[in-house]
Design a protein around this ligand. Sequence first.
Ligand code: NAP
Ligand code: SF4
Length: 675
Amino acid sequence: MTAYPHLLAPLDLGFTTLKNRVLMGSMHTGLEETKDWNRVAEFYAERARGGVALMVTGGIAPNREGGVLPGASGMMNDKDVADHSIVTQRVHDAGGKIAMQILHAGRYAYSPECVAPSPVKSPISPFPPAELDEDGIQKQINDIANSAVLAQKAGYDGVEIMGSEGYFLNQFIVTHTNKRTDGWGGSYENRIKLPIEVVRRTREAVGPDFIIIYRLSMIDLIPNGSTHAEVVQLAQEIEKAGATIINTGIGWHEARIPTIATSVPRRAFAWVTKKLMGKVSIPVITSNRINTPEIGEEVLAEGCADMVSMARPMLADAHFVAKAANDESAKIAPCIGCNQACLDHTFGGKLTTCLVNPMACYETELTITKSDTPKTIAIVGAGPAGLSTAMTAAERGHTVTLFDRADEIGGQLNMAKQVPGKEEFWGFVDWYRTMIADLGITVELGKEITADDLTGYDEVIIATGVLPRDPQIPGQDGPNVVDYIDVLRGKVTVGDRVAVIGAGGIGFDVSEYLVHDGDSPTENLPLWMEEWGVTDPEKARGGLAPEGPQPHKPARQVTLLQRKSEALGKRLGKTTGWIHRAALKMKNVEFVGGVNYERIDADGLHVSFGEARENPKVIPADTIVLCAGQVSDRSLADALADKGITSHVIGGADVASELDAKRAIRQGTELAAAL
Ligand code: NAP
Ligand code: SF4
């Protein structure tokens, strides 16, 4: 008997059956734009082999004006059909099913050619859209239906029509973006005519035996968004128009409420989908922050939906479903919701991959094969760099010994997991522990390793990480000064007024840690909703609480400082930086940039401003926390070099300036793949 009877139950769609209740949600990886269709095919085929029932591709444009960017991948002609056929063939050979997402970006298109119901510029694009006339609207409908026909010709099992997240169809639905006075605007009936017509004409064009998923925005999280009654009305009309499945969309891209970041509670929006259950007779899919088989099973067992969509978890582990089915869920590489290598890459114009799994989207480039010459390998440092090297080396058949002076594996990950909103790091370290044991890696903890301990190995890898940078501020040896490591380890008492020196990722994390007490909102959904101002769309349009965000009182008064005069947090993750900044602002954290640190004394931190060291002032503080960045810990590597032992130096020990688990894990994996 499986632990996941609901998750693994087949779903009969009448003309076809899905083998379980897991959908791989659409992700824009950038792979299609490489035009390396073999690589695209292998990405999806690997996930088909991993057991997911149905996959949805990244957004594919139905026409030029609808593309997210100029040159975005489209389904518009026979050449596109031929390219995509490579993907569908490979997926079917692997026993999978795949639907193509038709994405018309409307005013979200980063292009001067963008079109929309009304000329209302989006806050996330510099291009004002052109208002469509009647012919223009008919062209968009025809292009979407035609794209579905071409997708069918290319061998897809279905299409997903993107109607949520604030894209084109969604833009017609709400008055926020639809100011029309003709038959496509005004009343709600008029505003939903376009999505209904799109589904109706698509169904007419593709016939009955083809999956049409409609992704419907169930909580817009923007002013003047839809009410729940309107969502139900739309869903019922979409069913009548011929959709096979309704998928959940949460929040517009311009919403100022996080919807998928790691600090969003798990299954935070399953209750929204549940409100639609029983009101339509076609299957309904729920989505957002579902990242383990346990959570998927739970939401299905509670009747929140008929299927669950997981997108990023399928980047982290292509074999998610197969492992769940084999009773090996502890071995599923967890998606920690960081966005660092997926969405941050997409929005930075880089190919998507995954912090936890550097093989994601590199299926044809980074392959792990058994070694012909098994070696003995010593790895010093059980942080992300050392752990990923150890795992890959052991998978290849090498005999690996992993050392760390600490009593536990995980390195800096153990600090990150203490931060409210970063609870996913607990599972990440647990996963490494499981895999290290499963792969038979010898682990020696709690022992300071010297160069003498490392003789006799075929390869020595130094992943000793970083040491905190000494900012050399006069008075920093006083009793009121502590470093971030002692704070996050709970080793020191921190006063009520705190100055945090350094506003990098760790300065932000430490500030977050210090303003919270009691429950982390990430572990308490009602609290999280209150803090961000989210409510039931039955009570308020778009699910925005009329009273706005209601953050709880901060546990401490924190001042966060940096020397650079640029905005604090500017260099944080592209898709998550705004969340960190907003979260601290809500807790009244004061951001101070452009400072010189003059000295520290019993009154607090003395600073001045600018090159002329003007406007001296004291930041009153009971405790000053140093988060001034890192330097590489290369002492062991240097000692080895003195003894003539060659070593590979990776992770923070190699480059500290970007102390970064993403780079460390990729570097370790690539090194071990080549040893
Ligand atoms: P960082 O991003 O390099 O930031 C260091 C901060 O210290 C900056 O604000 C810098 O700003 C300041 N600084 C640098 N030299 C200084 C000096 N001599 N005196 C005073 N201040 C100085 O380093 P980080 O915050 O340690 O984070 C590093 C990376 O770790 C992040 O980019 C992220 O990838 C990762 N990260 C890790 C964790 C974790 O828990 N391990 C958590 C979050 C992020 P000024 O030079 O302008 O003063
Ligand atoms: Fe998940 Fe982070 Fe990997 Fe993206 S990069 S899939 S958020 S673990």
